[in-house]
Ligand binder design. Structure first.
Ligand SMILES: NC(=O)c1ccc[n+]([C@@H]2O[C@H](COP(=O)([O-])OP(=O)(O)OC[C@H]3O[C@@H](n4cnc5c(N)ncnc54)[C@H](O)[C@@H]3O)[C@@H](O)[C@H]2O)c1
Length: 252
């Protein structure tokens, strides 16, 4: 795939989909910057990439903070001299409808899931342009395409991220591409934690599987492959694209 030799920043690369993407990009020859709040998790991803013979570095960052995003971009340039691909993957999930979501939760979910991708784009774009162009892949969700019950703030941020993708695409062309993936519920720590909070976790998991035609959860590696495709040179004509990888959930 056409990411060989490229420098890719992957936010939330310490776990789940972000880790799977970091490993896959490195296997495909990209030089990977794993950015994560969680130092142990991020370092573990880098260790695994290095053990496989890939090239990666870890930068501790809360990507919702402009100062830390600026440092992340500086660290990337210091490590690899350029920046070609940004994968806005880090996000948080909390349940609640409009009556039960606290204002603090609303604020924090917006900061991490929507403001952070904007900030990362804002600080990465000038460096990408200096290098001749680049690609941004935003990790949205099926929740950005349909209203999923009891998660109003998360739904809103993912719908907003699809909008951000389209703006980045039209403003950035032709040098900058921006695409978006909308994963369905997948087997990651985020989902494991949400399921574990339910009164009957096994039944909750089964319910998540059975609402989709494929009758199973996604695998992080499957989502990572979609991210890789959207970032790859082979798909150079795709910008503003929204790719569903959700076991058919939004096709119903
Ligand atoms: N797992 C799913 O079912 C699913 C479905 C649709 C969309 N998604 C999206 O995929 C992406 C990855 O989800 P996941 O399930 O792998 O999540 P996860 O919770 O398993 O991993 C997220 C990673 O992001 C990091 N992170 C969180 N906040 C951060 C911040 N402010 N700064 C830097 N790092 C931060 C965490 O430390 C963690 O390592 C998210 O955007 C999520 O919304 C996931």
């Amino acid at each position: 795939m056409g990411v060989r030799g490229k420098v890719a920043v992957i936010t939330g690369g310490g776990a789940g989909i972000g880790r799977a993407a970091a490993l896959l990009f490195a296997r495909e020859g990209a030089r990977v910057v794993v950015a994560d709040l969680d130092r142990d998790a991020g370092a573990a991803t880098v260790e695994q990439i290095t053990a496989e013979g890939g090239e990666a570095t870890f930068v501790a960052a809360d990507v919702s903070r402009p100062d830390e995003v600026r440092l992340l971009v500086e660290a990337t340039v210091a490590a690899f001299g350029r920046l070609d691909i940004l994968v806005n993957n880090a996000a948080i999930y909390r349940q609640g409808n409009a009556e039960t979501t606290t204002e603090d939760d609303w604020q924090r979910i917006l900061e991490v899931n929507l403001t952070a991708p904007f900030l990362c784009a804002r600080y990465c774009l000038p460096v990408m342009r200096r290098g001749g162009g680049g690609v941004i892949v935003n990790v949205a969700s099926e929740a950005g395409l349909v209203g999923i019950r009891g998660q109003v703030a998360y739904n809103v941020t993912k719908a907003g991220l699809i909008g951000l993708t389209r703006s980045l695409a039209v403003d950035g062309a032709p040098a900058i591409r921006a695409n978006c993936i909308c994963p369905g519920t997948s087997d990651t720590p985020l989902v494991a934690a949400a399921v574990a909070r339910q009164p009957d976790p096994a039944a909750a998991r089964r319910a998540l599987e059975s609402v989709r035609p494929m009758d199973r959860l996604g695998r992080p590696e499957e989502i990572a492959f979609g991210i890789l495709c959207l970032a790859s040179d082979e798909l150079a004509y795709a910008t503003g694209a929204v790719l569903s990888v959700d076991g058919g959930y939004t096709a119903q």
